[in-house]
Design a protein around this ligand. Structure first.
Ligand code: ADP
Ligand code: MG
Length: 246
């Protein structure tokens, strides 16, 4: 793992929703194999920021590059970047009318142009990796929330992304299912996946993150190793936030 290799560069990223400036100059570099956790109060712009990394949201100023490809208005670039950026949402977003297997193979078949046989083979390997091989022929509605989220992770991995973005992946889960999803993410990190994770799971951040970033009102307020972040936060706003969640 070459940790000097850069996967995500965001430089002075600014974004408005109408007149409201949601991102007010965010700069961030993520290296290959790094796990970056983003924390911050609700409404601070965490989701918006990571959604700009695969152009689900458009930024108006600043520069974003994913694995050397600039996210500009050029649709070819946007398509190229989306192939390389896996995303996992709070609300799973699985296709309810497709089996688990078909949920996973859809994009590889249509976007990567894989044969059905190859896509199925890779999907089965991924289902095994996330520990739900036996659920392949079921529909999302027949699975628990934790299992559905692991399908969502497998589906994102099927595109062989260079980076995985997670937006509060355990926030919609019943408490007993949080652990299985965090364990899956932990394994992924240990295998060297580059990850940006919006989460308030302190245990995960402490154990898995290389860096923790704290956002408030559309800016990065603090950026530190997990140890420093949780034990010696330098900013008053970080301390206040931590006193609420710890
Ligand atoms: P977080 O993920 O940190 O909770 P978000 O990125 O979702 O924050 O939202 C940041 C701010 O932008 C919030 O004030 C939210 O209300 C606003 N916002 C988010 N999405 C939209 C949208 N599509 N249109 C207008 N305002 C939005
Ligand atoms: Mg959010």
């Amino acid at each position: 793992m070459n940790t000097q290799e850069v996967v995500i560069v965001a430089e002075n990223v600014q974004k408005w929703y109408g007149k409201f400036q949601v991102l007010r100059g965010v700069s961030l570099t993520v290296h290959r194999g790094e796990v970056v956790v983003i924390m911050g109060p609700s409404g601070s712009g965490k989701s918006t920021l990571i959604r700009t990394f695969n152009a689900l949201e458009e930024h108006q100023q600043g520069r974003i590059e994913i694995d050397g490809i600039a996210l500009t208005d050029d649709l070819r670039n946007i398509d190229a970047v989306r192939k390389d950026v896996g995303m996992v949402f709070q609300q799973f977003n699985l296709f309810p009318h497709l089996t688990v297997l078909d949920n996973i193979t859809l994009a590889p078949i249509w976007v990567r142009k894989w044969s059905k046989a190859k896509a199925n083979e890779v999907a089965m390997q991924l289902l095994e990796r996330v520990g739900i091989l036996e659920q392949a022929q079921k529909y999302p509605g027949q699975l628990s929330g934790g299992q559905q989220q692991r399908v969502a992770i497998a589906r994102a991995l099927a595109m062989q992304p260079k980076v995985m973005l997670f937006d509060e992946p355990t926030s919609a889960l019943d408490p007993e299912m949080v652990r299985e999803v965090l364990e899956t993410m932990k394994t992924l990190a240990a295998d060297g996946m580059t990850m940006v994770v919006v989460t308030h799971e302190v245990g995960f951040a402490r154990e898995v993150a290389d860096r923790v970033i704290f956002m408030d009102t559309g800016v990065i307020v603090e950026e530190a190793t997990p140890t420093n972040f949780f034990q010696n936060p330098t900013q008053e706003r970080t301390r206040k936030f931590l006193s609420q969640i710890l």
